[in-house]
Design a protein around this ligand. Structure first.
Ligand code: UD1
Length: 318
């Protein structure tokens, strides 16, 4: 049994990770300010302790790190919306970078015996670089405060680890989807928005011709990837794309999802979103070398996602 810290553990990816860690028998401490996540996402288990706190509260974080002496640390807490980061660049920086550097600094200064620290970055660091697929060493082109801080923090995490002999690693998530993804903002992940449209019989606004492609990865595959990266001693002081290596167009996805739900999606086509990239998918050779193979096709992932939405929906009606 390990003691694990998950910052951002009430969010979409974080709370699914907490579920998995609890199933694996770990003791989990969650720090989340609920700015995006929900307390109800966190499993109620004697193995989980939840602190409703911002990671920017340095005094709190230092006390927690010294007291708990974590084995593993997952850094997921962030302003997760690119649009939000453009509206609040300095606050983004304090959360997405500074708070994480402070955690590293606390580990360094106090020689904390952490086995590994994993930082979660994003494919947004590749920006408009047209090279496909995106390799970890492809040109970086961070275009927003979100992408800048994600990239800078990757570097901090990796180089701090090398300089001060702390086991660290970073991942770049591509388009993750699955249960508990929050569809509240127009900038939410497209699959959460489509899901919401199916659920509430709303019209989905398709930006552009629908031929744009993304590398969509189901949350369970993300959890397998994180587990491999966290537990493999070779995966250290490095960055890994977390994706499937396959590109799917929005049109294909809509067709597949309609099959899963068994009803047509109402679609309104509007002008392409400003700044949107046309195609994105990852080279996952590095992750594959650790033994990763995605287990979920889009059809399987969408099926599980839809089942979870229907269960919640029926739960709400009871
Ligand atoms: C992701 C980020 C985005 C960031 C970009 C840069 C998420 C949810 N989005 O965008 O903030 O700027 O990476 O790397 O992490 N779409 C529609 N209708 C909608 C919403 C989206 O047609 O209502 C389309 C978009 O135009 C896009 C595709 O769906 O072509 C996917 O959109 P999205 O889920 O936002 O992901 P990214 O574009 O990869």
């Amino acid at each position: 049994m390990s003691k694990v810290l998950v910052t951002g553990g009430a969010g979409f990816i974080g709370s699914n990770l907490v579920d998995q860690l609890v199933q694996d028998g770990d003791e989990v401490i969650v720090v989340d300010d609920l700015s995006m996540g929900l307390a109800s996402n966190i499993p109620s288990s004697p193995k989980v302790t939840f602190y409703e706190h911002s990671i920017t509260d340095h005094g709190f974080m230092k006390d927690l790190l010294l007291k708990e002496q974590f084995d593993y640390i997952y850094l997921l807490a962030a302003i997760a919306s690119v649009a939000d980061s453009v509206a609040r660049p300095y606050e983004t920086h304090q959360i997405n970078q500074e708070a994480n550097v402070f955690i590293l600094e606390t580990i360094r200064q106090n020689k904390l015996p952490v086995k590994k620290v994993l930082f979660t970055s994003s494919a947004a660091v590749y920006g408009n670089n047209p090279e496909l697929p995106k390799h970890e060493d492809s040109t970086i082109d961070p275009l927003t405060p979100y992408a800048i801080d994600k990239f800078a923090t990757e570097r901090f995490v990796i180089d701090y680890g090398k300089l001060y002999n702390i086991s660290t690693v970073a991942v770049r998530f591509f388009n993750v989807y699955g249960p508990r993804q929050n569809p509240k903002s127009p900038y939410s992940g497209v699959l959460s928005l489509i899901t919401q449209c199916f659920k509430n019989n709303q019209v989905f606004s398709l930006f552009g011709d629908g031929e744009q492609t993304r590398d969509f990865i189901f949350i369970q595959d993300v959890l397998s990837a994180l587990h491999l990266i966290m537990t493999n001693n070779q995966a250290v002081h490095d960055v890994y794309n977390v994706a499937t290596g396959k590109q799917s167009s929005l049109r294909t996805i809509i067709t597949d999802y309609q099959k899963v739900v068994g009803q047509p999606l109402q679609v309104k086509t509007i002008t392409a979103r400003a700044g949107d990239i046309k195609h994105s998918y990852a080279d996952i050779a590095k992750l594959s070398q650790l033994g990763f193979t995605p287990q979920y096709t889009l059809l399987n992932g969408l099926t599980d996602y839809w089942i979870s939405v229907k269960e919640d929906f029926l739960g709400e009606q009871e």
